[in-house]
Design a protein around this ligand. Structure first.
Ligand SMILES: [Zn+2]
Length: 272
């Protein structure tokens, strides 16, 4: 079993606690108890649709370790608009804004562009709809000065360009699990944005390179639980950020304590 990491301050800025799968760990209550025991201080749970946004708000009411980002995943934005549910979409934007004002929600996410799924049928119109939706989320984040957590699969350049167009340079932008090329990594770094590094940094030369190329002050850690487990095929869990911290420490030639302290203070500076 995992040992206590009381000397580590672990932060997971991108997880999905409302999604099925945690039963194998005895359910969400038991899982979160173990995460606390293993040094996790905060789990930012990201909403992906209307139902998910409500489920995670409920989870946060019960567990002080859970903080909330509300959003609609780009594919779901597209479905809503194509189904003629624009009014419902706009209502949800209002719901998100209200929860930011009420301090129940500390960030906008998971939002962005998804150009990898259903690539064959992804028309320019579908891309434009996703971009229009993302612009609305950006304007909420900007207006309330809260961080925005960005999904960018298959649309890395488009996301960066859109954020720049919307005047987000030096705003709190967190690139979740970013797969773009080196020149985009540099552009993100120069824009003062952040990378949240997933557990697979241990195997992925791409993420190792991002860590090497980015100042410690611009790095955060995430799991995307229950997805992206460091053991392929398993259900990921927030305390797996310890593997990420170990790898970042090795790459930056710091101790794990120093690394987790810096990333914890990054979290405090960006989200609180
Ligand atoms: Zn996610």
């Amino acid at each position: 079993m995992s040992q206590t990491n009381s000397n580590m301050l672990l932060i997971d800025v991108h997880a999905h606690l409302d999604i099925e799968g945690y039963e194998i760990y005895g359910g969400i209550d038991k899982l979160l108890e173990e995460c606390i025991h293993n040094g996790v201080k905060v789990i930012i749970t990201n909403g992906t649709d209307i139902e998910s946004n409500r489920k995670i708000l409920d989870i946060a009411k019960k567990h002080h370790i859970v903080k909330i980002a509300l959003g609609i995943y780009p594919t779901h934005c597209l479905e809503m608009i194509e189904d003629g549910q624009e009014e419902l979409f706009n209502d949800e934007l209002g719901f998100i804004e209200q929860n930011i004002k009420d301090k129940k929600c500390i960030a906008v996410g998971e939002v962005g562009l998804e150009y990898s799924e259903n690539k064959e049928t992804l028309t320019d119109t579908k891309k434009r709809i996703q971009k229009d939706c993302l612009r609305k989320f950006i304007s909420i984040a900007k207006k309330h000065n809260v961080p925005i957590i960005i999904h960018s699969r298959g649309a890395e350049l488009e996301v960066v360009e859109l954020l720049e167009e919307e005047g987000m340079k030096n705003h709190k932008v967190i690139m979740h699990c970013f797969s773009g090329r080196k020149h985009l990594v540099q552009r993100i770094r120069d824009n003062g944005w952040y990378f949240s590094i997933p557990c697979n940094v241990n195997r992925s030369l791409h993420f190792q390179q991002i860590v090497k190329d980015t100042p410690m002050e611009q790095l955060l850690t995430e799991t995307d639980s229950p997805y992206l487990s460091p053991d392929p095929g398993k259900i990921n869990r927030p305390d797996n950020v310890k593997h990420t911290i170990q790898k970042i420490a090795e790459l930056k030639q710091l101790t794990v304590e120093e690394t987790s302290n810096i990333i914890y203070s990054n979290y405090q500076r960006i989200f609180l």
